[in-house]
Design a protein around this ligand. Structure first.
Ligand SMILES: C[S@@+](CC[C@H](N)C(=O)[O-])C[C@H]1O[C@@H](n2cnc3c(N)ncnc32)[C@H](O)[C@@H]1O
Length: 256
């Protein structure tokens, strides 16, 4: 299990480093909801972090009830503080041992958590237990073979670190199909994070995302200097938008 999110300071800053414009969050919820075609669905988010997705699901998917599970008490405390919602219950638990009876959920969301799971086949088997036959698992991540974000141009060491942390598509598909899921599909797209390099630099100075905890402070500041220099060279009339790639893999729990 990851220890990094047990750090209360990291948990405290996670929300700021990962917040998303409402329009983007809404688009994500619509995408997730498009795979869950049952009224008033029972949903689970595993590795819910500070609860941004869980609360948004409860807010925008009609009648949804959400169990938001996380392995870190520090993250759960932030979630209860930032994203309380009557439709969301926050609970301590892990992907490998979910505190819920069998066949409880119409769908499970794993957003940016699959790379944290030390035993993915075991987590996939646990999902087979808790998701109803015909139910969905939606994995939101970046697979190792598509780590092509702008951030790596300025922090090349991060690419090496992430390549060892993030699983490939085949590995995840194999874990889920072996556990009893079929693959609906895997889609990949780049989402704008900021409209320019300058804006990206400002954002990282103010709110570095948690992935930078894997670098030394020196590595972080060297990369920030490279990004600042590139932002200064950016022509004001030709800003360079910064994109972030996401892969979404959708699985269906086979019917008995
Ligand atoms: C990068 S955050 C993602 C938070 C949220 N899902 C999002 O997309 O914003 C990863 C979260 O997974 C949690 N986590 C790590 N390993 C876990 C495990 N084995 N079971 C459940 N949660 C875990 C961490 O505590 C952390 O809150």
């Amino acid at each position: 299990m990851t220890r990094v999110y047990d750090d209360e300071r990291l948990a405290g800053s996670y929300e700021r480093g990962n917040e998303m414009p409402e329009q983007s969050l809404r688009a994500w919820i619509e995408l997730i909801a498009s795979h869950v075609r049952v009224p008033s669905p029972s949903l689970i988010e595993i590795g819910a972090g500070t609860g941004m997705f869980s609360a948004a699901l409860a807010r925008w998917v009609e009648g949804a009830r959400v169990l938001a599970v996380d392995a870190s008490e520090a993250m759960l405390a932030e979630a209860r503080r930032h994203h309380p919602h009557p439709g969301v219950r926050y609970a301590s638990g892990t992907a490998e041992e979910v505190p819920a009876p069998a066949a409880s959920f119409d769908a499970a969301l794993l957003s940016r958590v699959i790379h944290h799971l030390p035993d993915r086949p075991r987590a996939a088997r646990e999902l087979t237990r808790i998701v109803r036959p015909g139910g969905k698992v939606i994995v939101r991540t970046t697979f190792r073979e598509r780590l092509d974000a702008v951030v790596y141009d300025y922090w090349p060491a991060l690419r090496t670190i992430d390549a060892s942390r993030f699983p490939g598509e085949d590995e995840v598909v194999t874990a889920f199909t072996t556990a009893g899921f079929t693959v609906d599909g895997v889609t990949s797209f780049a989402q704008p994070v900021t409209a320019s390099l300058g804006e990206y630099h400002t954002r990282l100075v103010d709110r570095p995302p948690s992935k930078f905890t894997y670098l030394t402070p020196e590595q972080f500041h060297e990369g920030l200097g490279r990004l600042e220099a590139a932002a200064e060279r950016e022509a004001p009339d030709r800003p360079l938008p910064v994109l972030e790639r996401y892969d979404v893999a959708v699985f269906t729990r086979a019917r008995a």
